[in-house]
Design a protein around this ligand. Structure first.
Ligand code: TPP
Length: 369
């Protein structure tokens, strides 16, 4: 499977909800709708208000993977994500209030307003994300090794884009995970682009899964907008890893509808064809599931309207919470070093020149990132 071949398919009509209970289907749908609407609301609110002062990588069109994971991980499992992390943060139980507050740079944010959108991490939820491509993949190997060493039944899942596979450390991580049969699931959301560069311009061949498989890894390639399929494939992979049967690499083909970064459009740059964008919009993960649900009497306009009202209320509350929260203060910086066992990090913190920190965020940051 690759992006070029998928476009020739036209319409995807393989989504089947037969293997899932109605409750699971409803939860998957609700998660995707909630994620979609919260992203859309943030995009709408970004300008002209200009109060969100960090780069934000939205994930419209890519709701299926986090939705599937949201029902499969326990508290003790770790989820380590890349910069496009909002869906994964919510999947691990992160609150919308703390997400919005983080993007608004407020003290009540998931990371005290200091991390911003692409580095959100919540220790209590065992959720971590990071802007360094493939950084989380490498850290996930360490986490899984820890689980194995301590004979725990926990699993690490790392979710990232195809851009992570441009990094050398990604291939080292694959090799080591296979070698040690680590309890680790790799989820690669292949949306074809790293910023504005297609995979074909970055790698000799568009066959990530094939190359990963050549390391001895168990591999699956799936249409990443089929949330029911993802749920089943992720579920099996997580179960296998938990039972000590080793890691799995899942390549989920999907597409981001929005710009690489920020609330605006970047298609004026001409890096993506109209046909491609139309294909992926036609095969929207939410619409594909909804069609099946309507066919099985699991969804109608009344149920959907009720869901939207609840979700929009949660979003409105999150905006209010974020906007009414205070900005962080410099004197609290030391408290942001969560690991008190790292005196070296404490010493580094003391060397930071606080004059760089614009507490009132008067200057917008240049981009793109
Ligand atoms: C090591 C490293 N190199 C470059 C970057 C700059 N960068 C940020 S996002 C991005 C594109 C990532 O694409 P992908 O991993 O496919 O995820 P997507 O943005 O498509 O979701 C790049 C190159 C970075 N963050 N880290």
């Amino acid at each position: 499977m690759n992006h070029g071949e998928l476009l020739k398919m036209g319409e995807y009509n393989h989504l089947s909800i037969e293997g899932c209970s109605p409750d699971i289907i409803r939860c998957l749908y609700r998660f995707m709708l909630r994620l979609r609407r919260c992203q859309e609301a943030l995009i709408k609110e970004y300008y002209p208000a200009d109060e969100m002062r960090c780069p934000v990588h939205f994930c419209i069109g890519q709701e299926a993977s986090p939705a599937a994971l949201s029902l499969l991980l326990s508290q003790s499992d770790y989820l380590l994500s890349h910069h496009r992390c909002h869906g994964y943060y919510l999947a691990k139980g992160g609150s919308m209030n703390a997400l919005f507050a983080e993007i608004y740079g407020r003290a009540t944010g998931a990371n005290g307003g200091i991390a911003g959108s692409q580095d959100i991490s919540v220790h209590d939820l065992n959720f971590f994300s990071g802007a360094i491509l493939s950084g989380s993949v490498a850290i996930a190997v360490g986490v899984a090794l820890g689980f194995q060493t301590k004979a725990l039944r926990s699993v690490a899942v790392t979710a990232f884009g195809d851009g992570a596979t441009d990094q050398g450390i990604f291939w080292e991580a694959i090799n080591y995970a296979v070698l040690r049969r680590l309890p680790l699931v790799f989820v690669c959301e292949n949306n074809r682009y790293s910023t504005y560069a297609p995979l074909s311009k970055r790698q000799g061949k568009e066959n990530i899964s094939e190359r990963v498989q050549s390391f001895g890894m168990n591999v699956k390639t799936v249409f990443g907008n089929d949330v029911a399929l993802l749920y089943s494939v992720f579920s099996n992979a997580i179960e296998e890893a938990r039972e000590g049967r080793g890691p799995c690499f899942i390549e989920a083909f999907t597409y981001r509808w929005n710009a690489h970064v920020g609330p605006g459009e970047d298609d004026y740059l001409g890096y993506r064809s109209v046909a491609e964008r139309e294909f992926w919009k036609k095969n929207c993960p939410i619409a594909l599931l909804e069609k099946q649900m309507v066919g099985q009497n699991l969804m109608d306009s009344k149920i959907k309207e009720k869901m939207i009202v609840e979700i929009d209320q949660e979003i409105a509350t999150a905006f209010q919470f974020a906007k009414e929260s205070p900005f962080p203060h410099l004197k609290e910086w030391s408290q942001l070093n969560y690991n008190i066992d790292t005196p070296q990090a404490d010493r580094l913190l003391e060397t930071i020149d606080s004059s760089f920190f614009d507490q009132n965020q008067k200057e917008a940051m240049p981009g793109p990132y």
